[in-house]
Structures are given as C-alpha cells and as structure tokens.
Design a protein around this ligand. Sequence first.
Ligand code: ZN
Length: 110
Amino acid sequence: MSNLNDAREEANRYAKARQMTEQGYTARPVGEVEGTYFVQNPKGDLYIVMFFDNAPARCQCPDWKERERDCKHIMWLRSELETAAQLAQYEAEYGACELESTGIDPYPQY
Ligand SMILES: [Zn+2]
C-alpha cells in the first residue's frame, strides 16, 4: 500500500473518530485497571481499549488487530479523555483563583 493511501486512510479514520460522540459511542473505565476502558458502540458491542505509558495503545477491534496501530476507538477515546482532563483542570484553576482573590466560594451551593 502506498504512503498516500495510508495517509488517506488515516485521515478517514480520524474523521470517523470525530463523529463518534454524536453517534452515541460511550466509554467507561474497566474496574480499577488503570488506563483500560470499555468503549461501547451504539449497537451495544464492547471493545476494550488499553493505554500504556511506554507502549502504543491497544484495542480489540478487527481494525487494530489487522494493523496494530491506532484505530478510531483509540483516537476517539484519547480525545475524550484529554477534553475531560482539560475541563477538570480549568474548573480547578478557576475555582482556586476565585477563592484566592475573594476568599469566597463562588459556588457555595455545590
Ligand atoms: Zn478499535
């Protein structure tokens, strides 16, 4: 397969990953196993996705098994996790700033 076809396929895979939240894909951690998640498609099929510190991510889907490279599940989940982490950080920073400058909890009801 040519590099150009590889690049096209990769772009296509990424484009698919960007639509997955809208299509109803969900993810949840697998118990206490760090970096391991169930990804569920809208039909209810489950794939286990695993992230590692010093190795490429793995998935159980046919696409990953065939190529052993990031599939759409990995791309999607990585992006979801980064967004969630970023939101949590903004929230933490914003809350901390408010408390420091005024000493008043801006959201006492929560
Ligand atoms: Zn996959």
